[in-house]
Each structure stands twice: as C-alpha cells, then as structure tokens.
Design a protein around this ligand. Sequence first.
Ligand code: SF4
Ligand code: SF4
Length: 460
Amino acid sequence: MKTEQSKLDRRAFFKLGGTAALGLAAAGCGSKPEAQSDPVAAAEPAVAKVTRHRRLGRTEFQVSDLGMGCGSIADPNVIRYAYDHGINCFDTAESYGNGDSETKIGQAMQYMDREKIFIVTKMGIDEYPDEQEIIDRYMKSLERLQTPYADALYMHGIADVKLITHEPFHIAVAKLKADGRLKHAGISSHGPRGDEPDSMEKVLGLAAEDGRFDVMLLSYGFTNQEEGENILKVCKDKDIGTTIMKSVTGLLEMPVLDPDNPSEQVQGWIDYVMGTGATREEAIERIRTYMERQKPEFEKGVAAAKPFMEKHGIKTQDELDYASLQWVLRNPDAHTIVPSMPNFDMLDKFLPLSGTEISDSGARLLEEYAAAYAARDCRFGCTECFGACPEQLPVSTIMRYAYYYQKQGRQKHAMQKYAKLGARNAGVCLDCDAPCVGACSRGVAVPARLFEAHGLLTMA
Ligand code: SF4
Ligand code: SF4
C-alpha cells in the first residue's frame, strides 16, 4: 500500500514539473530550484531521508551513510529523488551501460548543488592505456556527467596488482588535479577475475601502501567479514575513505526447478539447451537428469536454511536485505554503502536504513546465518575451487554476475558481462561429471549454483 502511494506521489511530481524540468535542464534553460519550492519536496509525503553522515577519510567530505550505486539507472529523476532525500554520494563508471549511467546523472546535475555531492566515476585500465587515452576517456565521462570535475576517479575492478602502479594513470590524475578537473584518485576491486589472480585484500592493501589513493570501493558484508574488515583497518590507519559495495548478501529462496511448468529461470535453461540443437523435450529431459544429479546438494542448502529461518522468524528476502545493510552500517569505518538502487522502489526500500544499525543480537543472528547458510553464498573474489574445474570456469565471477542480476536489478548489465565470457560459460556444467563437487570449503554446491546462474544470465 505504501509503495502504491509512493508511486502515485511520484506521478504527481512528474505531472507537476519533474520530467518537464529535466527537459529544460537538457536544453540548458533550467535553474536550480530552491529546496522549499521544489516540486519533489512538495509532492512527496513523509519518505525517509538520510540522517547520518560520516567523514570520507582524508577527502574530508561529509558523506551520507547511504550512497547510491548507479550501475543501472533508467531515469534521471531517480538520481534527483535520491538527492532530494539526502543522498550525496553517487557511484558510477564509464562502463556502466556504456556511459549511460553517467549520462543519467548528468541529466539530473542541474538540480543538485555540485559542491554538496561526491561523484565517483571509474575507468577500466586492463589494457594499460597511455596517459592521453586516460585523459581523453575521463573528459568524455565529465561531458556525460555535465560537470567540470569529478570528486574521484577510480581504477575499476583491479585484480592484478601490477596495475596499481600503472604510471600513466597516476600522471594523468596529477595533471587533471592540477587543472581542477579531478579531486581524488581511488581504486575498486572485487578480487580475482579470469586470468588475473590477486585477491581484493592484496590489491587494496598494496594500493593503501602505495599512498596515492584517497578513497576505495570494496565488497564487505556479513558473509565476507574478515577480508572486508582487514581492508577497513588498513584504510583507517592510512585515513583512506571507504565506500562499500555488495553488502546485500544471502539468498533465502531456492529456485523452483520444475521444467514442466517453467519459471523464467528454468525457461532460460531450456532455451540454452535448445540453442545447442536439442528439441524442447530433449532439453527438459537433460535438465531433469541434471537436476536429479544435483538434488542432494540443493537439499543440503535448504536443510541448512530452514531451521535458521524458523528459529528467528525470518520470512522474506526483504527482511534479510535490511539486516544485511544494517550490519554494515554499524561499522563506522565503512563510511558509506553504495547499494545499487536503480529505481524509486529500491530507494524507498533502503532510505529508512540511514542512521540505523543492527543490534548486537541481530548481528549475532546474521553471523549464525552466515555460518549455517554459507553453502548458498559464493565468496566474491575467491579462487579456491578453480583448480578443480577442467574447463577453468571463473566460478566466483559467474556467481558475481548472477548477484548483479538477482540482487542489484542489473539484468542487462549482468547478461552482457556474462556473454563476454564466451565459451567459458556454465552451460558446460550440464554435461560434466562435476569434479568440482566438494572443492569449496564453504560447502557451495558449485555445479548447481553455476547452472542456476547460467539459467538467469542467458535468458533472452
Ligand atoms: S564456490 Fe566456494 S571455492 Fe568456489 S569460488 Fe565460490 S566460495 Fe570459492
Ligand atoms: S560442473 Fe562446471 S564448474 Fe564443475 S568442474 Fe564441471 S564444468 Fe567445471
């Protein structure tokens, strides 16, 4: 009911001038409305606002504890809505939607007080670009963002420590800073990826030692406590600002595996197998055989989750998501979390969490959950089971793409990333004897989870 009300109020906002105002902005005719006369503020009822800020390390910026991951933004009004509700940190990248995320932020820029927001953009440097290419690409990011400067430029998704000292990046950053085009250098890491083997902890630890990065983006949550906390400690010692991703962890719902009455996901599997030349009946039969083989692993996962859920009365995925974020919010060394919030509903869902934190007993529950249910959560950046797979599938990378799909609402992005893996995809698991079973010390059912991810990521 509340969601319906919010949607109506947002419609009223657009009617009153929200969308039209953005049109004016694009034409260069708009002026920043005062907060009091802002139709967003006028139309919205008591939607929660950000209530807590933290110092973002040596950048000295007072950042909202809830920031915004801008991986997939369909509508610039979502950015404006976030800003009007107190979010002041926007995390984007050149690669998000091939620049579309930056463009959407740019379309909302005239409605935000530039000095009161912190804009992060990121650049992949795996191909070792030279200084001029870095400057040119960055200037295009600024154009899309419609701003004369970004607050931070991150090396994006670093999984090879050699890139940390890629001098053309640092020379370009120094020049951009001198020209007033950039304030800080930063770095993000998910840990190992494909042939790049370095862990998130190793990458960010060495980056902190390097001394040239003022702010970092890392994954940290109750199922990835130790590695995240080790990095946060180093950052605290060096006074580096920390932004946190992938905190919404834990999946309670098992997929319904009924090929005769297929869910979207199962239909994705059927489509994939049919794409290899099988008839629909043959595809269903192959999947049924595969699922029978994997059944014990699935049942183990369900059995681990059930007592925990019953004992603590956790019934919905939302309840678990709130608790996951509040678990991170209780740590003052995690300066801002930037969950992906691609739409109004996600903002309404997470905004009330600002200023809150999980209680001690709640944290204990989550830690209990992590221990009991670890078998459902592949640890981002882990490489432990790689050696067991004759196909050399990048297991944790594929699971991460499934996370983008399921937990971040970034279906298109996830599918595009997965398609780029080419033949190294989890479709091969269907016909494999699965020597990887038992290779994960956390107990993740590797083939079952991979094929589940494959079904999601290959849906047409
Ligand atoms: S399945 Fe287990 S061993 Fe394999 S990458 Fe994930 S957490 Fe690591
Ligand atoms: S089932 Fe998949 S992940 Fe496991 S060994 Fe076979 S191809 Fe590799």
